[in-house]
Design a protein around this ligand. Sequence first.
Ligand code: AMP
Ligand code: ZN
Length: 139
Amino acid sequence: MSTCIFCDIIEKKSPASIVYEDEIVLAFLDINPVTKGHLLVIPKKHFRIFTDLDETTASHLFEITLKLSKAIRESDLNCEGLNLFLAEEQIAMQKVFHAHIHLIPRYHNDGFGIKANFTMYPLRKELNTIASQIKKQKI
Ligand code: AMP
Ligand code: ZN
């Protein structure tokens, strides 16, 4: 067993209910789902956090996440919508340090929500200052 539970799942050393697998990504049901059909989509290579991913792996991860989203929407799960969730670092609630995307089917009254202190209409000047802080990085 490795120190990473997701690497153990990839290596079939730990059980998982796998819904999709190829050379680069694996998708399986979350063991502690917030709604029925809650999936985790992960790169097979161990990356600690999302921003460690290379672009090829990230592109494929999102392409498969899109395909899985369509499969869920068309399935007998009969969800009414979806959320994608990604946690980077402990402050953002990452608990398993092998990068992953949560794909969460949504149902009426499913109890899932996000708590936040939404700021009402910040000044455009403040928004533009923040935008320029990000834009000045190489993207
Ligand atoms: P987080 O790191 O907070 O984005 O979430 C990690 C997720 O991994 C949680 O939703 C856990 O329920 C899930 N998880 C942890 N161990 C397993 C496992 N062995 N099989 C499936 N899901 C798992
Ligand atoms: Zn890992």
